[in-house]
Design a binder for this molecule. Structure first.
Ligand SMILES: Nc1ncnc2c1ncn2[C@@H]1O[C@H](COP(=O)(O)OP(=O)(O)OP(=O)(O)O)[C@@H](O)[C@H]1O
Length: 295
């Protein structure tokens, strides 16, 4: 299976939300990274066939998705960013309702609901009201509903927003299992949410894909440029004006551990570090004052 996004542009009056994007997606997890407003949601909605592009075309195995129509929509499982939960529903009843909306026959829907509850580890809460679930469980209900029609292409828009660290790990495990035979495209602005599960990443900025490839390939451009130094805390304010700091940690002894990106080896007994995707992301968005996490 191959989904080819070819020269997709979307304009909203004078705003170019997506600008000449080209991507070829095959089964596996794909991370779509970018700051707020970079065009991720617009691109995802076009890929799902629910928003029409201004120019460009999308092909599934060589066929235009517009020509495939209903057949294509049946292959898509979409979790929108602002997914509206029917919070007064119990989990199982809600899935039954969505299964009916998706046109699944009743007998098939019972088996399918069992299966998606199992896949998303929601079996124990099937009788609970959605409003009583944690944020992470609600997200999993969102994934469960997207899985009901056995989609070959899953598009998850910011699925990890608001999750605590434990829920994030659970989420990653669920997604990794789902992606074995399908295309799973996940948008986020939190790099660590996809770094360990996405085989490939596309980084979007101002509507364009500015970097694309496997994590290993993407971080190559920073090889030999990521350093770690221990410096006196009182020197940090000067240091951060001279270097591009991606992370800083207080050591409780009047010193700080700083991770930074520099073309040159520096003073301060700098030790070379292996670059990670977070470093690259921060480097590409360095004028947007994003705060890093530790790799
Ligand atoms: N319906 C619309 N009408 C006009 N402009 C829009 C519309 N939808 C999105 N935009 C603009 O298009 C650009 C891309 O928005 P989009 O929501 O696709 O970005 P995003 O990367 O998903 O951001 P976020 O993570 O904040 O959702 C932004 O400048 C946004 O303001």
């Amino acid at each position: 299976m191959e989904l080819v996004v070819e020269h997709i542009t979307k304009k909203y009056k004078d705003i170019v939300a997506v600008n000449d994007v080209n991507l070829t997606l095959t089964p596996g997890v794909w991370g779509l990274l970018g700051a707020n407003g970079s065009g991720k949601t617009t691109l995802m909605r076009i890929i799902c066939g629910i928003l029409t592009q201004t120019t460009g075309e999308i092909y599934l195995d060589g066929k235009q998705i517009t020509a495939l129509g209903e057949e294509y929509r049946n292959l898509i499982g979409y979790l929108p960013q602002n997914f509206g939960y029917y919070s007064e529903f119990r989990v199982e009843d809600y899935l039954e309702y969505i299964a009916a909306l998706k046109g699944l026959p009743e007998r098939k829907s019972k088996t399918k609901i069992q299966e998606v509850l199992y896949k998303t580890s929601l079996e124990d809460v099937r009788k609970k009201l959605i409003r009583k679930l944690s944020g992470g469980m609600k997200r999993r209900v969102g994934i469960a509903q997207a899985l009901l029609n056995e989609p070959q292409i899953m598009v998850l828009d910011e699925p990890t927003a608001g999750l605590d660290p434990g829920e994030r790990v659970h989420f990653r495990n669920v997604i990794s299992e789902l992606a074995q035979e399908r295309i799973v495209l996940i948008s986020t602005h939190i790099v660590s949410d996809v770094e360990h599960i996405a085989a490939n990443n596309a980084i979007m900025k101002n509507g364009e894909i500015i970097a694309f490839g496997t994590t290993e390939k993407l971080v190559l451009s920073l090889q030999g440029k990521v350093w770690q130094s221990i410096i006196p805390a009182k020197e940090f304010s000067i240091f951060k004006n001279e270097q591009y700091v991606v992370n800083v940690r207080n050591k409780n002894d009047g010193q700080v551990l700083v991770r930074y990106i520099s073309e040159y080896e520096n003073k301060n007994n700098a030790v070379l570090q292996s670059p990670c995707l977070e470093d690259l992301y921060l480097w590409l968005f360095k004028n947007e004052h994003i705060v890093g996490e530790e790799c």
